[in-house]
Unconditional design. Structure first.
Length: 119
């Protein structure tokens, strides 16, 4: 069973930066892709960024393009989300998710990490 554990969330002032990490365990194959999502209170879950595991191709939502960067370390089975120029509206619970090889949906999810940006 795949397990994803996020870390790196916290409280930061507007304009600051945070780097989130997501460590994957329990699988013996390469994922198709890994993604980052967030959900703010009263809002639907929002896609932020994804990266294909083998080629490293990246995709971003317009809301974070140019501010957030997704990357991966295949050897450590870890994906990162570097978040710069944070805004109060970035406050949310951030989740990582895994799309298994050969699939088109994110089937595995972490427990989430809280990011709070103060103004």
């Amino acid at each position: 069973q795949v397990q994803l554990v996020e870390s790196g969330g916290g409280l930061v002032q507007a304009g600051g930066s945070l780097r989130l990490s997501c460590a994957a365990s329990g699988r013996t194959y390469s994922a198709e892709a890994m993604g980052w999502f967030r959900q703010a209170p009263g809002k639907e879950r929002e896609f932020l960024a994804s990266i294909t595991w083998r080629a490293g191709n990246t995709y971003y939502a317009d809301s974070v393009k140019g501010r957030f960067t997704i990357s991966r370390d295949n050897a450590k089975n870890t994906v990162y989300l570097q978040m710069n120029s944070l805004k109060p509206e970035d406050t949310a619970v951030y989740y990582c998710a895994e799309m298994p090889r050969g699939y088109s949906n994110y089937d595995y999810w972490g427990q989430g990490t809280q990011v709070t940006v103060s103004s």
